[in-house]
Design a protein around this ligand. Sequence first.
Ligand code: SAM
Length: 173
Amino acid sequence: MITVLRMGHRQKRDERLSTHVGLAARALGADEIIYSGEEDRGLIESVNAVAQRWGGKFSARYDGNWKGIIKKYKKKKFCIVHLTMYGISLKKKIGKIKKNKKILVIVGSEKVPPEVYQLADFNLAVTNQPHSEVAALAIFLHEYFKGKELDKKFPKAKIRIVPQGRGKKVLEK
Ligand code: SAM
């Protein structure tokens, strides 16, 4: 079970990026995403609409109480992994993290409150260079699932792509 916590969403500035965090989480094997920061019903609806249409069991929801979420998931024995460029190399820690079946992965937007660093079991860096929450999450999930997420099936899809060397073929129910 992989839950992603997207911290500090700002409705105007982060609309596109927060959507992409949700879509990447879903496509690459996570089970749910919780958005914190500003409440944005359009964002939740658009991620859930994609999940409905493209199949699988992924869902998105909003909860403004990020500290409460982290504490709740800790109680439920989730391993809390905070992705940050200030952390320890993913390569050094991924082996230990993989031993956990339940993970709460936290990604930020602008500045992440210092308390998150304290509450996390792992502050994990996907390189110590600044880049993006989507890139960090994608690489984390790829390492965690050892590439198996690339073959993930999405049952009950209303729309499906038939892979083509050239051009597009899409089946819709
Ligand atoms: N200086 C900001 C900070 O406080 O960490 C960076 C913000 S960055 C635009 C947004 C998010 O992307 C971060 O909160 C983190 O989750 C993720 N991120 C960016 N670079 C990363 C890296 N090298 N390793 C892991 N996560 C990263």
